[in-house]
Ligand binder design. Structure first.
Ligand SMILES: Cc1cc2nc3c(=O)[nH]c(=O)nc-3n(C[C@H](O)[C@H](O)[C@H](O)COP(=O)(O)O)c2cc1C
Length: 205
């Protein structure tokens, strides 16, 4: 990948319940990404990925990252297409949603050495769930980046109850731009590092 090429980012929608708020930040991210030439965002809606609650007979670390469940196999093969990820993050009882954590558990090698950032919403902008997710993804050899977007109580309620849009909160747009900038930087850096490692491995085979 050179500087003129776009990085491919998967946007994981981290909740699946009917009437979810997640579509609001997801569409806002898609709109923001469309204004940039350095990244291409593809939505990975977990509603479209009926990944079972983890039911593998062996941990993926013991199987070389292979899953018996065909949906998990499709999921992990899809993730190969991306250089980095963003997840929308709701906070359920001060933690990440089970469906998002389960999606993370349902692939292994395909996450490795790729950056991820988070767009949280709720009482404290999803901050508590995002902090937990950062720890989880380190175990997957991902690079959680510093920049995130936190849609706190005021914009969250503004959208839900006052007919506002996230575009009415310029500080969120600033945070989105900074997050995209950092994510692209990390995606390029880690893609080059993955490529260099692959070249060295092929030479030493
Ligand atoms: C089971 C459950 C637990 C929740 N716990 C929290 C919480 O700990 N902190 C918070 O800010 N919001 C909490 N909420 C409110 C959510 O922020 C709000 O419902 C949000 O819209 C959920 O995201 P979703 O609409 O995309 O599912 C909770 C909601 C549910 C359904």
């Amino acid at each position: 990948m050179n500087e003129s090429e776009s990085v491919r980012i998967g946007l994981i929608i981290g909740t699946t319940r009917p009437n979810r708020f997640a579509d609001v930040p997801a569409q806002w991210l898609v709109r923001g990404a469309a204004e940039r030439s350095d990244l291409v965002l593809e939505v990975l809606d977990l509603r479209d990925w009926p990944i079972p609650m983890f039911e593998e007979p062996a941990p993926p670390t013991a199987t070389g990252g292979v899953y018996t469940n065909p949906v998990c196999e499709r999921w992990r093969r899809k993730l190969v297409e991306f250089d980095g990820f963003i997840a929308t993050v709701a906070e359920y009882n001060h933690g990440p949603t089970a469906v998002l954590k389960n999606a993370l558990d349902s692939a292994l090698l395909e996450w490795k050495d790729k950056p991820i950032s988070f767009v949280g919403y709720g009482g404290v902008g999803g901050a508590r769930a995002i902090e937990q997710l950062r720890l989880n993804v380190i175990e997957l050899h991902m690079a959680p980046i510093r920049n995130a977007v936190h849609i706190g109580l005021d914009p969250f309620l503004g959208v839900l109850t006052k007919g506002k849009s996230l575009d009415d909160y310029p500080f969120l747009g600033t945070a989105r731009t900074a997050m995209f900038d950092q994510l692209v930087w990390w995606a390029r850096a880690l893609e080059a590092a993955r490529r260099a490692t692959a070249v060295v491995a092929s030479i030493t085979e």
